[in-house]
Design a protein. Structure first.
Length: 563
């Protein structure tokens, strides 16, 4: 086995697979990709409708839980992270959301120079092949297949939800990843030809034939090798043996927002108190490794449906067999979708410049494990504020590579986050009360009509809120002289040589939406930085911002206000 490479990438997830493809494409450099998990080859990974299954499998999910969260009734919140090729892109819900332009401008303003929306949009375009072709905002020749829903016209609930949003005074958007994010419209997914478009399938698989790319599965990175202030390689445990691999140029940490700080801390790189508590000799003190942890929360509203048009009659064994056979033979039908085919992004209050609440609409009343939550027909809308101010941290508890980390999100610790949830609950009820939903919308199953006051809403949210599975920010990117930054705008670890971090851990703040798309974009852009390439020219594409954002929460008053 070869021991020396130009680049070592740690983690074959959403970012690592992108880097492995781009860094090996020129044929000049040798690249080693290390992945602690195994292969992604499994029918439940490839079939979009089966999305709840790989997340429930230990083979594909690290299965983390948070510590007892003090502000959500001391509940431990599950924190699934992808294990194996493709990482979380092999177990996620396949929702493709880039985020709002203001999110990336916020990154640049916070010290991540050259990461404004104009700088990032060209890399979003380079990454994708959008089913409707290229325009100012979308790409048509990238590795990542992105499609719209295939059942929008088959289920009337999708159109009803979008129409209800318009009746509630919000815009309609044909492409929330384009000119206008704000509004109601069809949702996009990382599905190509009816198959999950993970980064393992879209980026890594085409690159595997390159002789200068080596991929090692079941390779657990124990520590980074630190010689003075330079990271020179990694110590890896694989199949009962210990190996040392050396990087001539750079070690790139792409293990994700939970595992990247864990590897750093095990290596003696991190906050002094965390290292001492875990009995690890400090080699380089970096107080914000593992800090700044952020995540999106969500709940789902559920309603009885007056008409038998929901997915609840498709959850029986015979229906599942029919869906599975159609997918196996033709890669079409209900097996080829994640079922989140309508969505919305709205502003929660006056003075909010860009959307901060997201909706996923699902034409079924279904639990997170994919089983029905009621008898009969129902549907649900997932909702959550997307710009939280609460911050948490990730900390190892032991030098042991198998030890579970201490993860504390501190959900709802900031009072503004509590107020945002009140807005989200009340605005959702207002939308669902519009005329377009009345032919379908029966009694509210949850939260339930008894949940009305601020106190009742706060209590219900604390009891029912769950992670949307978007942890980020634990190795924050920012200005080199900012003491809160872990990496600089070129993804270089501040204070050390030979080490970069490229994954969702470097997000300064959360984007408005699911984070797989921006993680892929970050890796695309970082690949050019690492290779010393001239960055793609900034985009001058315009962005829709409501002219009334300083005085109005929406464009028009609703047809039917909430009672």
């Amino acid at each position: 086995m070869k021991r020396d490479y130009d680049y070592i990438i740690i983690g074959a997830g959403s970012a690592g697979c992108v880097l492995a493809n781009r860094l090996s494409a020129c044929g000049t450099y040798s690249v080693l990709l290390l992945e602690a998990g195994g292969s992604d080859h499994h029918i439940m990974v490839q079939m979009p409708t089966a999305l709840s299954y790989p997340m429930a499998m230990k083979r594909f999910n690290w299965g983390y839980d948070s510590d007892s969260e003090p502000h959500v009734n001391n509940r431990k919140i599950t924190c699934p992270r992808g294990k194996g090729l493709g990482g979380s892109s092999s177990i996620n819900g396949m929702v493709y959301v880039r985020g709002h332009a203001c999110d990336f401008d916020e990154w640049a303003e916070s010290g991540a120079t050259a990461w404004a929306y104009a700088d990032c949009l060209p890399y979003f375009k380079r990454a994708e092949t959008w089913q409707n072709g290229a325009d100012e905002y979308r790409g048509d020749s990238g590795p990542l297949g992105v499609s719209g829903g295939n059942n929008m016209t088959l289920n009337p609930l999708y159109d009803a939800f979008i129409s209800a949003g318009v009746e509630a005074g919000y815009p309609q958007t044909d492409d929330y990843n384009g000119y206008r994010q704000e509004g109601f419209g069809p949702m996009h997914m990382t599905v190509r030809d009816g198959i999950r478009a993970s980064t393992a399938r879209e980026y890594l698989r085409p690159a595997l034939k390159r002789s200068h790319l080596t991929v090692l599965k079941d390779a657990w990175v124990d520590t980074l090798i630190l010689e003075g202030v330079r990271v020179t390689g990694a110590v890896v445990k694989r199949k009962g043996q210990t190996h040392r691999f050396t990087a001539r140029k750079t070690v790139i940490l792409s293990a994700g927002a939970i595992a990247s700080p864990m590897i750093l801390q095990r290596s003696g790189i991190g906050p002094k108190a965390v290292l001492e508590e875990a009995n690890i000799e400090p080699k380089f003190i970096s107080e914000y490794v593992g800090a700044n942890l952020q995540d999106h929360l969500e709940v789902y509203f559920q309603f009885h449906c007056k008409q038998p048009v929901t997915l609840n009659n498709k959850l029986g064994l015979i229906s599942k067999l029919r869906i599975g056979v159609q997918w196996l033979l033709f890669k079409t039908g209900l097996g080829a979708t994640n079922h989140f085919e309508a969505c919305a992004f709205i502003r929660s209050k006056v003075g909010q410049k860009s959307p901060d609440i997201q909706y996923h609409f699902l034409p079924g009343a279904i639990k997170y494990d994919g089983t029905p939550s009621i008898k009969g027909h129902g549907f649900q809308v997932h909702v959550g504020p997307n710009k939280p101010k609460s911050r948490g941290r990730v900390a190892i508890t032991s030098r042991d590579i198998n030890a579970t980390p201490s993860i504390l999100f501190n959900y709802l610790s900031h009072p503004d986050d509590i107020a945002d949830w009140r807005h989200a609950i009340r605005l959702t009820r207002e939308i669902m009360a519009q005329p377009a939903m009345q032919a379908f919308c029966g009694d509210e199953i949850q939260p339930g009509e008894s949940v009305q006051s601020d106190t009742e809403i706060d209590a219900w949210v604390r009891d029912h809120v769950e992670s949307a599975y978007h942890p980020s920010g634990t190795c924050r990117m920012g200005a080199k002289d900012d003491p809160h930054s872990v990496v600089d705008p070129e993804c270089r670890f501040i204070g050390l040589e030979g080490l970069r971090i490229v994954d969702a851990s470097i997000f300064p703040t959360l984007t408005n939406g699911n984070i797989n798309a921006p993680t892929i974009m970050v890796a695309e852009k970082a690949a050019d930085i690492i290779l010393g390439k001239t960055p793609l020219p900034p985009s001058d594409a315009p962005v829709w911002i409501s002219k009334k954002w300083q005085t109005e929460q929406r464009e028009l008053p609703p047809l039917r206000p909430v009672k």
